[in-house]
Design a protein around this ligand. Sequence first.
Ligand SMILES: Cc1ncc(COP(=O)(O)O)c(C=O)c1O
Length: 384
Amino acid sequence: MARRLRSIPPTIFSEMSALAVRTGSLNLGQGFPDQDGPPAVVEAAVRALRSGRNQYPPGLGVPELREAVAAHQARHYGIELDPLTEVVITAGATEAIAAAVLALVNPGDEMVVLEPFYDSYVACVEMAGGVRRPVTLRPPGFRLDPDALRAAVTPRTTTLLLNSPHNPTGTTLTREELQLVADVAIEHDLVVVTDEVYEHLVYDGRTHVPLCTLPGMWDRTVSISSAGKTFSFTGWKVGWVTGPADLVQTVTAAKQWLTFSNAAPLQPAVAYALTQEAAFYDALAKDLQTKRDLLVAGLRDLDVDVYPPEATYFVTTDVRRYGHRDGLAFCLALPERAGVVAIPEQVFFDDQDAGRHLVRWAFCKDAAVLEDAVARLQAADLHA
Ligand SMILES: Cc1ncc(COP(=O)(O)O)c(C=O)c1O
């Protein structure tokens, strides 16, 4: 195996999902919804398949999807995009992140990343030969610490990768926190890559603010999102990059050699979803908020500290009160003891002391599954 891959562990999600299948456990590990997205969008994909849209789409994505992404950005955020030059379609946000990192990070360059990280960030920065500089979000609030952000930037820092709404903590950065990021980026002349895949899954009346809309940020921000979370089609892997033409072109320079293009019949279906099914994600966010409350209430009856999220699919807990040395041991024992799978967050941290005791639970599941999981957890002895 090439050296650049040796230090990257296999993704925890494969391991824990396999454990769920092997033990017949309820899988509150990997973040995929139990319910598919709108049936009319599936029908649009079927129509595309049947009408011969099965060959390579353009490398930048099919025109109607690029236009639909541009219209979505205008409608929600007032961002005016040229669909010909300022939008590129990718194989999920995952490819967009990989392409952005490969296109922007030279060997030895430092990239500032919020910790805990979404695990593909670590792998991509390693593969690019870059160095990640974590800024840790700490419980109970998981807020962005201005001093920690400033301290993470060095003369070798060239980029910042910002995930808000944030997986796994569910933090949605406030306008003040975003302004802080903008100030640091402008002061140090950094390019910022934003991962906004949970942009519509925000709760309690919050709204998502794209960093690129802050003064001075448009020219230096690469914005990433995808259809997976917004429309509950996580397996479709249709994502997009938006931003100024020069940065989109730079990211495309890497993207064209990764997949070139993908998901020919799904791209028109996602275009249909973006233009016709906006009500879906509003209803989804309301439904997920109820499910968050259900899981949070259930977890609060256990011997754990619970940190309710502002957004996303996930709630974080601290399992120390059960006497476990770490969350990994807790999660490995959980299927046998309770028939439930959760994710140890320490795998998303460089700072092991900060993450050792944290465990992530997904609530993007049927209410009956969540109720069953809570009943199982409450009936089990989870002490070390
Ligand atoms: C923060 C974050 N970014 C990116 C992704 C991947 O998105 P996609 O499925 O569109 O590749 C996920 C999926 O869990 C995620 O949580």
